[in-house]
Design a protein around this ligand. Structure first.
Ligand SMILES: Cc1cc2nc3c(=O)[nH]c(=O)nc-3n(C[C@H](O)[C@H](O)[C@H](O)COP(=O)(O)OP(=O)(O)OC[C@H]3O[C@@H](n4cnc5c(N)ncnc54)[C@H](O)[C@@H]3O)c2cc1C
Length: 468
């Protein structure tokens, strides 16, 4: 028997979410014999219960909000949400995107799609629904499941997996958690007309971002009617006629109609037979090297199952690294890998927030000599015309004026995630800050803010960013 004949596939991808889809398409495109195993539906969390429905919901909530807010400018509009129309729109957008993630699209790309739950039964061997398959290599892309604290056992709660299917708009929604999912959905539901209370364990919201982002978002959410309770913990709860009552640590009980748990995730590493492969894994995720290879030489991992950067774009990038590495193009993968430091993270709230690299305090803790440039949107004409003056740009740069390097950045304001890309490019292409200031941004545009922020390095004029 030839070496190739011993294997049914060159690569078997387990999980058809953001990571698995990218990996399967890439490996098949490189001429490998690829299978993708999916136990539910290809598209995964991002398409059905994550990015797509949440961004659609935020967009609709923004429309309702703008209509209601138009009164501020003397314009008349009602601004009220019809939940069944909202749900219909969520389904419509998902249906628009689903074909590109479908089994049909995968098969057309040359990927064999196997429906069922995969589990390793011996080295190089995966069992799916009673059939065993042998492959030269495997990519684990099984994602992560929502983490639900023990105190909620027996209570009716929602997670992002069920919240978009609610029968009615919640009258009073409690959201457990203070991270990206919690703040985005808090803003969406309050704008749609629910009462919303955030119960967050930490002492600030979105603690992975700069403290000024946490402060601003709290102000914005509270102004829109969200109650934010920090250092909060649910000890127990009980079902009531109107929903449920939550007993909180150091706080009065809270009665709400619905509870959404957005308190983190747990990578899906259990019951997969990873022990049989000798792959090292923990509750926090599959352990891999920087290019995605696990301690089993023929198992790679990508996406939420690694428990690191829980974003679709990180899942896609990790999938690329893993596939390159499995194709014996590890050199190329290692060359790309350092970009992980600059993976962006975003909050699609209003104002939008996007950031990469170390925060100011992280950079200082690394003992790096840094300088910080800040440019507030209150000085930017486009922000003035749009009434979005709360935004800002904050750049963390290495010390010196001659050849400072951009280490990290935070942009807050409309389309912040788009603006951030110029700054990411500056790092990836080793662009000198002055070059960022040289192309002419259209007036009045948000892009001017980047130029003005950078100019703060060289001028103390009021027009530009401040440097400290
Ligand atoms: C409300 C919400 C909003 C979000 N918004 C954003 C956003 O705006 N931007 C962003 O970048 N990220 C966002 N995310 C995060 C993003 O959804 C995830 O990081 C991303 O989907 C992870 O992709 P993945 O491929 O690792 O996992 P998943 O998409 O979870 O895919 C894993 C797949 O594996 C399958 N599977 C599991 N076990 C097995 C098995 N044994 N056999 C076969 N199949 C199996 C599952 O059925 C699933 O389809 C959001 C998440 C949530 C919850």
């Amino acid at each position: 028997m030839t070496h190739a004949a011993r294997f049914d596939f060159d690569l078997m991808v387990i999980g058809g979410g953001s990571a698995g889809l990218t990996a399967a398409h890439l490996a098949a495109g490189a001429g490998r014999k690829v299978a993708l195993v999916e136990k539910e539906r290809t598209g995964g969390e991002c398409l059905y219960t994550g990015c797509v429905p949440s961004k659609t919901l935020l967009h609709l909530a923004g429309e309702v909000w703008s209509a209601r807010r138009a009164a501020r400018y003397g314009l008349k509009s009602e601004g009220r949400a019809d939940w069944s129309a909202v749900k219909a729109r969520l389904r419509e957008v998902i249906a628009k995107i689903a074909p590109q993630d479908s089994p049909k699209a995968l098969e057309q790309a040359g990927v064999k799609v196997i429906q069922g739950e995969g589990r390793f039964v011996s080295p190089h061997t995966l069992e799916v629904g009673g059939t065993v398959y042998r492959a030269r290599g495997f990519l684990l892309a099984t994602g992560a499941r929502p983490h639900v604290p023990d105190a909620l056992e027996g209570l009716p709660y929602h997670t992002p997996e069920s919240i978009f299917d609610l029968e009615t708009l919640p009258e009073h929604l409690a959201i457990l958690g203070g991270g990206a999912v919690a703040v985005e959905l808090a803003q969406a539901f309050v704008r749609l007309g629910s009462r919303v209370t955030i119960l967050a364990r930490g002492d600030r919201l979105v603690s992975r971002f700069e403290p000024e982002v946490s402060r601003l978002l709290r102000v914005v959410l509270e102004r829109e009617g969200v109650q934010v309770r920090l250092r909060s913990e649910v000890l127990s709860g009980r079902v009531t006629a109107g929903g449920l009552e939550l007993n909180l640590k150091n706080d009065a009980p809270l009665e709400v109609s619905h509870l959404l748990v957005a308190a983190g995730k747990r990578p899906r590493v259990q019951n997969l037979g990873l022990e049989i492969l000798g792959a090292e894994f923990y509750e926090s995720g599959l352990k891999t090297d920087p290019v995605g290879r696990s301690s089993c030489p023929y198992l790679w991992g990508a996406g939420d199952v690694l428990g690191r950067d829980l974003y679709t774009h990180a899942a896609g990038e990790e999938a690329i690294l893993s596939v390159l590495s499995s194709l014996k193009l590890g050199v190329l993968a290692r060359w790309r890998a350092p970009q992980r430091e600059t993976y962006p993270k975003a909050l699609f709230t209003d104002p939008e927030v996007a950031a990469f690299g170390p925060s100011e305090s992280e950079a200082r803790a690394r003992n790096t000599q840094i300088q910080v440039l800040e440019y507030p949107f209150s000085k930017l004409d486009r922000a003035r015309t749009d009434g979005s003056e709360e935004g800002f740009v904050k750049l963390i740069m290495s010390a010196g004026k001659l050849s400072p390097r951009l280490l990290g950045a935070t942009v807050v304001g409309p389309r912040a995630a788009e603006l951030l890309l110029s700054l990411e490019l500056m790092v990836a292409a080793h662009v000198h800050p002055l070059k960022l200031a040289s192309p002419t941004p259209a007036y009045p545009s948000y892009a001017e803010a980047l130029r003005y922020a950078v100019m703060g390095l060289y001028s103390s004029s009021e027009t530009f960013g401040t440097r400290r």
